[in-house]
Design a protein around this ligand. Structure first.
Ligand SMILES: C[S@@+](CC[C@H](N)C(=O)[O-])C[C@H]1O[C@@H](n2cnc3c(N)ncnc32)[C@H](O)[C@@H]1O
Length: 304
């Protein structure tokens, strides 16, 4: 019995690996077309991000990585590619930087739900100055990030709950909480210093997770002009949640639109593309035309 299971596990492991590698190969072929359609502005953003990534010595110290319990949302193959050089095709981070620069806010309030090892967060922070950034995740703050930003442990007054705070080039808050916890979200909201302009939603990939973070944190705290950016729109029932969020925001904000497209994720060419959902007040159709930029399978989602 055990022998049989071992054999099935072996086949399943190699089948999954082969499928992943075939998809990556196919993606690289398709991207030859898109790589010719990247604007100079985005190339500059990519270069700045790649340069910044090179300065990061370690995203997660070996001792803090637990591949069995898969903490920080990092599977083995992600962990082994986390530090590898990403080529010049846009990741979700590069596109997000481009979009943030289009907002009318010089000093946006940024919230990332699901910060993991801060790979995306550090690149966004690098582009901002005098801004306020919030990191939200159910994991402990990793020591490298704690030291890099010189975080101090603080206590939220009404609840005695611990959070972390840093004030250097930007002001940064880190709050440890499960997105399904309404109680924790209520405490987190006391730390908000204004309406949120940019949200990157990348934590619990389910309709329940998306709805919980929207209802408990984002709703009523969203600025009139905003970017609400979702990774892994194609995973499980994430899209159902994002559509519900879009419908709800649209009730009070006619300007809002919902788009989707595909980009590299946090390890670039070492995995398949990620499907991104974008709810925003920016006119992305116009923006892409103006910047002569073409993103894989870009579309405005209108059938919601
Ligand atoms: C894919 S990683 C985020 C990657 C990160 N945004 C980046 O691009 O560098 C997802 C993170 O969400 C966290 N997460 C998953 N479920 C969560 C939940 N229910 N509440 C809070 N965080 C959660 C995981 O622990 C992990 O750190």
């Amino acid at each position: 019995m055990n022998k049989k299971n071992y054999f099935l596990d072996f086949i399943s492991y190699h089948f999954t690996k082969l499928k992943r590698k075939s998809l990556i190969g196919l993606t690289q072929l398709v991207l030859i077309f898109y790589k010719r359609k990247i604007s100079e502005e985005l190339i500059l953003i990519m270069k700045k991000n790649r340069d910044h990534l090179r300065t990061v010595k370690e995203f997660l110290p070996e001792g803090e990585y637990d591949h069995v319990n898969n903490n920080y949302g990092i599977q083995n193959y992600i962990f082994s590619n986390l530090k590898n050089e990403i080529d010049l095709f846009p990741t979700y981070t590069d596109v997000l930087v481009l979009l943030i620069e289009e907002l009318n806010f010089k000093k946006p309030i940024y919230l990332e739900i699901g910060t993991s090892v801060f790979k995306n967060f550090q690149q966004i922070e690098n582009f901002l100055e005098d801004s306020i950034l919030y990191g939200y995740d159910m994991n402990d703050l990793i020591t490298t990030i704690h030291d890099k930003y010189n975080f101090k442990s603080m206590t939220e007054e009404t609840s005695n709950q611990e959070y972390f705070h840093s004030k250097e080039k930007n002001e940064i808050f880190y709050f440890k909480n499960n997105v399904l916890s309404k109680e924790g979200a209520e405490i987190f909201k006391n730390l908000l210093k204004g309406k949120i302009n940019v949200i990157f939603s990348d934590a619990l990939h389910s309709e329940e997770g998306i709805m919980s973070e929207y209802e408990n944190i984002v709703k009523n705290n969203l600025s009139n002009e905003f970017i609400y950016y979702f990774d892994d729109l194609n995973m499980y029932d994430v899209q159902a949640g994002v559509e519900r969020v879009f419908k709800d925001i649209k009730i009070n904000n006619e300007k809002v639109r919902f788009y989707s497209f595909w980009t590299y994720g946090w390890i670039g060419q070492y995995e398949k593309l990620h499907k991104i959902g974008l709810i925003t007040t920016l006119d992305i159709n116009c923006l892409l035309k103006e910047k002569k930029l073409s993103l894989p399978l870009f579309k405005e989602v209108t059938n919601v």
